[in-house]
Design a binder for this molecule. Structure first.
Ligand code: 6PG
Length: 258
């Protein structure tokens, strides 16, 4: 590693693609490639899906029988988790699980036992977070204090710099022990569940998906490190890779007149 470069600098890549469709295609290729390596190494592939709207096209592409990706992913050996979830039932329009299920998981031969969702219908959000944490501990056979290591984590970027459900000012940004947090998000007037930074940063590969002109400002801030308060800036894999998949609309430098 060249002198003076931190690991996070060495392993951070930004791939600018033409548009949202190209972004979905590039990430689909990444998923298939990483799944093959993971399955050859350990017999399974663990991926944490992000929510919001950006990844929907990716999920549809993965399931599309007329595309190459569906047949290239070994669905029976792929285990799906979620980076974060809203406090709504799994069939609710706002549910991240519901979005991924409708766009992809309902249309592919993935065993139901491979879907590891937050039990977001639980009335006690803190209990739901604890439940998800114990799901992770069981699946990854974790000892106390150990972190799960996802083969791949997908993340989005909010215009306020949030990622997963780690929002600016959230006390979860300082969480070092828990694997899963539940926090009341005042501006959303709702609870959100999220994997915590230690878990996210323990992933083998993290891929951000950022699309659209409305993200140009915040993306510039995050990538140029012009501020240090944004949650997305705290995503730095401790021993993994970070790849930003960004479409041209989001990659425009807001400081340069177009
Ligand atoms: C969520 C997501 C969240 C999302 C960003 C970007 O639950 O909303 O996990 O972190 O990735 O808000 O959302 P869009 O893709 O809709 O812009």
């Amino acid at each position: 590693m060249p002198e003076g470069l931190k690991r996070s600098e060495m392993t951070r890549m930004v791939e600018v693609v033409a548009d949202a469709d190209e972004l979905a295609r590039s990430v689909a290729q990444l998923i298939v490639a990483h799944s093959k390596v993971a399955i050859s190494r350990s017999g399974l592939f663990t991926i944490a899906l992000s929510g919001g709207s950006t990844p929907k096209r990716l999920y549809e592409l993965m399931a599309d029988p007329n595309e190459v990706f569906r047949s290239q992913l070994n669905w029976s050996k792929t285990h799906f988790f979620w980076t974060d979830e809203r406090q709504v039932p799994p069939d609710h329009a706002e549910s991240n699980y519901h979005m991924a299920y409708e766009a992809m998981l309902a249309h592919v031969p993935v065993p139901a036992s491979n879907l590891h969702r937050v039990l977001s219908e639980e009335t006690d959000p803190l209990q739901a977070a604890r439940d998800y944490e114990s799901q992770l501990q069981t699946f990854f056979s974790l000892e106390t204090g150990q972190l799960p290591r996802f083969d791949l984590v997908l993340l989005g970027l909010g215009t306020d710099g949030h990622t997963a459900s780690l929002f600016p000012g959230s006390e979860l940004l300082q969480e070092k022990q828990q694997l899963v947090g539940a926090a009341w998000i005042e501006k959303l007037k709702s609870y959100r569940f999220t994997l915590t930074l230690p878990v996210l940063n323990n992933a083998s590969t993290i891929a951000f998906l950022v699309s659209g002109a409305e993200k140009a400002n915040v993306l510039h801030q995050v990538l140029q490190q012009t501020s240090h308060a944004l949650p997305a800036q705290l995503i730095n894999p401790t021993s993994g890779s970070l790849v930003w998949f960004v479409d041209k609309a989001a990659a425009i430098n807001p400081d340069v007149p177009q």
